[in-house]
Design a protein around this ligand. Structure first.
Ligand SMILES: CC(C)(COP(=O)(O)OP(=O)(O)OC[C@H]1O[C@@H](n2cnc3c(N)ncnc32)[C@H](O)[C@@H]1OP(=O)(O)O)[C@@H](O)C(=O)NCCC(=O)NCCS
Length: 218
């Protein structure tokens, strides 16, 4: 039984709402469009999304335009990660069944995707805000994300992934995924190397958190 749901009208006729089983096919399409270089074994499909909605309905959100899903985000409840891990370990091989901690204090985001033609309109910002609202309503400490350093691919001939992460932390340049996350309030913890099987990201991601109480620091 879903403990809370979201249904919010956004600007330009977009609607942000809790996902339902009928959305799983479109969520699969959005996923395929958003991760062109991610290894097939880490791409989620309709079976995974349908299972997420059964395991933790409060944490699965979509944005639709004219009744068609054009963006989605997937999360689960967890404790704050003590050790480095990879994407498949974190997500119970994409299923979330054994990843979900029913009384976990944090909301761990494993996916945020906006179809390319709808990017730059503030939709990811709205979805990160809605995820923070889920945290507040469920009494969680905040969000966790391990964001992929997807911009590394464009400079991989000029620097190592370690140098890229050092420069990114100091805001010497922006990244198409990490920058929107930091602008949404996420705080840098550390790079996690070999987190994700995506050569464009240098197989790396950045562990970050966004606490509900801004005076809370890990
Ligand atoms: C990352 C992603 C979700 C961003 O979605 P979006 O809806 O286009 O982002 P928004 O329009 O909400 O932008 C939020 C902020 O980030 C900035 N931003 C967005 N894309 C950016 C980019 N490529 N480079 C630098 N800054 C960027 C925006 O200017 C905005 O800044 P503002 O708050 O100062 O206005 C989208 O690009 C995407 O789906 N990428 C592929 C999948 C992916 O990498 N997901 C994250 C997995 S960890």
């Amino acid at each position: 039984m879903i403990k809370m749901s979201i249904n919010k009208d956004l600007e330009n006729g977009f609607v942000l709402r809790s996902a339902c089983l009928e959305d799983a096919i479109r969520m699969e399409f959005v996923q395929a469009m958003c991760y062109p270089t991610l290894h097939q074994s880490e791409i989620m499909d309709r079976r995974h999304f349908a299972n997420h909605i059964k395991v933790f309905p409060e944490g699965q959100l979509v944005v639709e335009k004219d009744g068609v899903v054009i963006a989605s985000t997937s999360t689960f409840r967890s404790e704050f990660p003590k050790h480095d891990h990879n994407f498949l370990e974190a997500s119970d091989n994409l299923w979330l069944t054994n990843a979900q901690v029913p009384n976990g204090e944090w909301l761990y985001g494993i996916d945020m995707g906006v179809l390319p033609e709808y990017r730059g309109l503030g939709l990811s910002k709205e979805m990160y805000k809605a995820r923070q609202e889920v945290c507040k309503q469920l009494g969680l400490k905040g969000q966790i994300t391990v964001g992929m350093t997807i911009g590394f691919g464009k400079v991989k001939d000029k620097m190592s992934i370690e140098e890229y992460c050092v420069g990114l932390e100091k805001n010497e340049f922006t990244d198409p995924t990490i920058t929107p996350q930091r602008k949404a309030g996420f705080r840098w913890v550390r790079p996690v190397y070999n987190y994700i099987n995506d050569p464009e990201a240098g197989y790396a991601s950045i562990l970050m958190y966004n606490p509900v109480d801004e005076n809370y620091f890990i």
